[in-house]
Design a protein around this ligand. Structure first.
Ligand code: URA
Length: 315
């Protein structure tokens, strides 16, 4: 267990949240009791007594699978010394666990699924913090996941500098026929630095770099093993080399949207920590053994927990 000397607290209390991007019309009506907010995909609502136990939330950690969430919650329960692990009743879509001031939630696969999870969780955290902007500034958000490496071997852990889409531009959404909603894809440098510092003595293979999030696992990641094939070995190689030359170190399917939404509210502390499953310059298929995949998952969890211990347990 790594416990660092510094507090490693990188948030900027009071003033980071951009209030103009918060949906005050709806969320403040919930705070004032004029409206109940139904967090439908989690099976809870703002008038559910279970939420009272989550008022002290200080971090929200997302991961793709429910199994990883239950594993992370058990590890954090032991590290933080909180024996109670709270679960929301509905697990059909997302699995959640709360313990030691940290809400862990799965987000499924891809940006559409993860966007539902993160928007409902942002609404929930706003409610839990009673709309207090300083309290919201203090909440740390992260995704801990898996990815394909660009020039990196399996087992490497990438802490993202930016979350971009497959054309190296930030996340955007169609605004009907009118235009495009553009977002910001940067991950905060101070949080990244604090994560790296918390893991400086860990011996884990951690690198920093840009990450692209694709809309699809096969075609947009230039795989040649999908049911549909549009690319050749040459165009795939050119794409991956182009990514690498532009500072991209891994490919996954959520980070561009997550960075976009967290930046939209102006959260000062958020991050993405992803284990690399394979080097995409060497292949397309994930052939790691279950033991290797377990180790990769554990190690990305180690990187998270070394930081969370500094941030939450030494302050
Ligand atoms: N996740 C992805 O999106 N791509 C990979 O290659 C591996 C994990």
């Amino acid at each position: 267990m790594l416990l660092g000397a510094s507090r490693g607290h990188d948030s900027i209390p009071g003033g980071a949240i951009k209030t103009e991007n918060i949906n005050h019309e709806f969320l403040d009506a919930v705070l004032e009791g004029r409206q109940v907010d139904v967090y439908y995909h989690f099976g809870v609502a703002s008038d559910d007594p279970i939420l009272e136990k989550l008022r002290g939330v200080r971090a929200v950690i997302l991961a793709g699978s429910g199994e990883r969430i239950t594993d992370f919650a058990e590890r954090w329960s032991a590290l933080s010394g909180d024996p109670e692990i709270i679960a929301f009743p509905k697990e059909e879509r997302f699995v959640t666990r709360y313990t030691g001031g940290v809400l862990f939630s799965s987000h499924g696969m891809g940006m559409p699924s993860a966007s539902i999870a993160v928007q409902e969780l942002m609404r929930m955290v706003y409610f839990l913090k009673r709309g207090d902007l300083e309290a919201l500034d203090d909440v740390f958000w992260a995704r801990v996941g898996t990815s394909g490496g660009v020039g990196l071997p399996g087992g490497t852990i990438v802490v993202s500098e930016a979350g971009l889409m497959a054309d190296l531009k930030p996340f955007r959404l169609l605004q009907g026929g009118i235009g495009t909603y553009w977002f910001d894809g940067e991950f905060p440098a101070a949080t990244r630095a604090a994560i790296m510092a918390a893991n400086a003595d860990s011996g884990l293979p951690i690198v920093e770099g840009k990450t692209i999030a694709t809309n699809e696992f096969f075609l947009e990641q230039f795989r040649l093993d999908g049911a549909i094939r549009r690319e050749t070995a040459q165009t795939k190689h050119e794409f991956l080399e182009w990514l690498h030359a532009n500072g991209v170190r891994n490919i996954e399917m959520e980070g561009a949207m997550l960075a976009a939404y967290w930046n939209s509210w102006g959260f000062p502390s958020f991050a993405m920590i992803c284990a690399v499953l394979l080097n995409r310059l060497e292949g397309d298929q994930v052939t790691s053994t279950p033991e290797q995949l377990h180790d990769f998952s554990e190690q990305s969890g180690d990187v998270l927990f070394n930081y969370l211990q500094q941030r939450l347990l030494t302050s």
